[in-house]
Ligand binder design. Structure first.
Ligand SMILES: Cc1cc2nc3c(=O)[nH]c(=O)nc-3n(C[C@H](O)[C@H](O)[C@H](O)COP(=O)(O)O)c2cc1C
Length: 314
């Protein structure tokens, strides 16, 4: 059965799931600058979704019609809850469901979820099967790392590729490496070779340290991936997915306009439901690398309302 992953251009681009960053509002800002081919939500707890803890997990799963194709990422370790969560996600109109098998955060790993699942073959197989049951017709994918402490990617990804998943995203580091060491793209190329042998229809996305659209083209050719996922690269260049607006990079007013757009969407979308101070962690992304940026940023950090921020920016 064909799914949306197989219809994407090659190489395609993906905005990485980033918790507390790539929410509905941020994704709309990215769309303004230049959209990737595929969006992911932030990771969302399957347990939280099923028990609807204060509505927060559901809030993470809001999106606008323009964001299709969009994939909801869920995490957890209980196959039954993962299956129920997949059903909820499918009903919300997502194009795909991704299982997080790569999160290195201690509280997640300690529970045996996220990267804690790496190497836990029986449970991971059960989870994938359950999520597929819950997902119905929408494709199920997995995002993982090279290993927990050691690189076991070839064995681990061979296993994953035998589970008949639509797409596999490989963040080319172990959990222990967090985001510090350079991503090992040679290892991604090895996984591509394995998938060509045992599951040629599975789509492979490479992830780690990509900072420009040019690199998307170079890396996909060199390492044979179908798509490239970019996370932190969006912080230094919000136009990273837009091959046509390279000239805009670094123009002060464009960054300020984008921040104003972000504030506007934040107010409209979240109102009082999200703490206003959350916007402050984005200042470094927009107010950076131009004359007077650090002084302006300092003033913005002291602001106590959206109005004050806007006044400073004007
Ligand atoms: C702030 C932050 C939050 C993240 N949250 C998630 C998440 O919710 N789910 C996930 O699979 N990965 C998450 N990641 C990992 C990214 O998706 C990506 O795999 C990682 O940043 C490597 O890509 P990069 O080098 O392009 O940033 C997060 C990373 C960052 C920096």
């Amino acid at each position: 059965m064909t799914n949306f992953w197989q219809k994407l251009p090659k190489p395609f681009t993906v905005l990485a799931p980033m918790d507390d960053v790539t929410d509905n509002v941020f994704r709309q800002v990215v769309m303004e600058a230049g959209r990737p081919d595929v969006f992911f939500t932030e990771f969302t707890s399957a347990d939280g979704l099923v028990y609807n803890s204060h509505g927060i997990p559901l809030r993470k799963l809001t999106f606008t019609p323009g964001q299709h194709p969009i994939v909801a990422q869920i995490w957890g370790k209980d196959p039954m809850l993962m299956e129920k969560a997949a059903g909820i996600v499918a009903d919300l109109g997502f194009d795909g469901i991704d299982i997080n098998m790569g999160c290195p955060v201690r509280e997640v790993m300690k529970r045996g979820a996220g990267a804690g699942l790496i190497g836990n073959y029986d449970l991971s197989g059960e989870i994938i099967k359950s999520v597929k049951n819950g997902a119905g017709k929408i494709p199920v994918s997995v995002k993982t790392r090279l290993g927990k402490n050691e690189n076991i990617a070839r064995e681990w990804c061979t296993f994953l590729l035998k589970q008949n998943i639509a797409t596999l995203t490989i963040h080319a580091r172990t959990a222990k490496q967090m985001s510090a060491s350079p991503a090992d793209w040679n290892e991604v190329a090895e996984i591509v070779k394995i998938k060509n042998e045992i599951s040629p229809e599975t789509v492979i996305i490479g992830n780690g340290d990509v900072k420009s659209y040019d690199e998307v083209i170079v890396l996909s050719e060199k390492y044979g991936v179908d798509g490239v996922m970019i996370g932190r690269g969006i912080f230094s260049n919000p136009w990273v997915f837009n091959p046509t607006t390279l000239a805009l990079r670094g123009v002060r007013q464009d960054y300020i306009d984008l921040l104003l757009k972000h504030i506007d969407l934040f107010e409209k979308t979240w109102g009082d439901t999200k703490n206003f101070a959350i916007i402050k962690k984005f200042f470094k992304m927009y107010i950076n690398n131009f004359k007077g940026a650090s002084i302006l940023r300092q003033k913005l950090m002291e602001a106590k309302s959206f109005e004050e921020i806007k006044k400073q920016l004007e």
